[in-house]
Design a protein around this ligand. Structure first.
Ligand code: PAF
Length: 283
């Protein structure tokens, strides 16, 4: 595996791989890798000649300076995991390789078509502007044939799909299922910030969502949403920030099951100081 930190060096490498006709799979990450990422990397490595992984804690997608500071940084361990998962090139740039100082101080503009006005977008203003800014830059540098994203970040996936279409990137977006810990907790770099007790509590989020599947389509949506929030919050100190059942394409909340044939419940829960997201597909 090659480790590249300079954009110019990666561009030269990609140019020569393209000349050789190699297909390129790409997994963008912010590091602190776990089994969820490794599953994406293994899939990318098995479906392409070359697998590129970026590790970059993107400052422009954090709307909370403490969150950016607390974000785990484990590049050495990440590199070892990536090598054994089949990654060919690890791109780990400094922020100055990616952004000018002007870009770091000005919000990035993008037409989200309303996809950013709900859920994470509503509670983390500017977050998705930063995500589109970095992923579009990385797509321009890496020029992948396929890019792999986890379904845990459901809203991010919908926004990346829109970005790819609007900016006409010739990239196939591959959505990969959520990878869970044996307890059911969705794998996330943020899980490392949970105490052992909080980790046990956090497993309750998926247990409740999973149980709610049996009421889907028979229970009015408003009632199911309030019952789900109450059931999650009944456990210890879990605090639901939002829970919405949405149309999986438009991300707009639905009021009746008949409104869509693609209904997904998306939740964000605070477990102590850690913010966790998860989702469940009803149909
Ligand atoms: O999902 C993430 O880890 C990040 O939002 C991404 C896509 C790597 C962009 O920084």
């Amino acid at each position: 595996m090659k480790i590249i930190t300079k954009t110019e060096a990666l561009l030269a490498e990609i140019k020569s791989l393209k000349c050789e006709g190699k297909s390129i799979g790409f997994v963008p990450t912010m590091g602190a890798l776990h089994q969820g990422h490794i599953t994406l990397v293994q899939r990318s490595a098995s479906e392409n000649d070359i697998c590129v992984v970026s590790v970059f804690v993107n400052p422009t997608q954090f709307n909370d300076a403490t969150d950016l500071e607390r974000y785990p940084r484990t590049l050495e361990a990440d590199a070892k995991l990536l090598e054994s998962a089949g990654c060919s090139i690890l791109f780990a740039p400094e922020a100055s390789e990616i952004y000018s100082s002007q870009e770091l101080s000005q919000p990035f503009e993008f037409d989200f078509g309303g996809l950013d006005e709900v859920m994470e977008g509503k509670f983390r203003p500017g977050h998705f502007n930063g995500v589109v800014q970095i992923v579009s830059k990385l797509f321009t540098i890496v020029q992948p044939d396929r890019a792999y994203f986890g379904e845990k970040d459901f809203q991010q996936l919908a926004i990346i799909r829109r970005m790819t279409t609007l900016m006409q990137f010739p990239v196939e977006i591959i959505a990969c299922p959520i990878v869970r810990e044996p307890s059911g907790l969705a794998r996330s770099s943020r899980n490392e910030l949970l105490s052992a007790e909080e980790r046990t509590l956090a497993a309750h989020i998926h247990a409740v969502l999973n149980e709610s599947l049996q009421f889907a389509t028979s229970c009015p949506i408003d009632d199911l949403v309030s019952a789900t929030i109450a059931a999650i919050e009944r456990k210890g100190t879990l605090k639901v920030e939002y829970y919405s059942i949405v149309d999986g394409n438009t991300l707009q909340p639905i009021e009746k099951w008949e409104e869509t044939d693609y209904a997904v419940g998306c939740v964000t829960v605070h477990c102590g100081a850690v913010r966790l997201i998860d989702n469940i597909r009803f149909k």
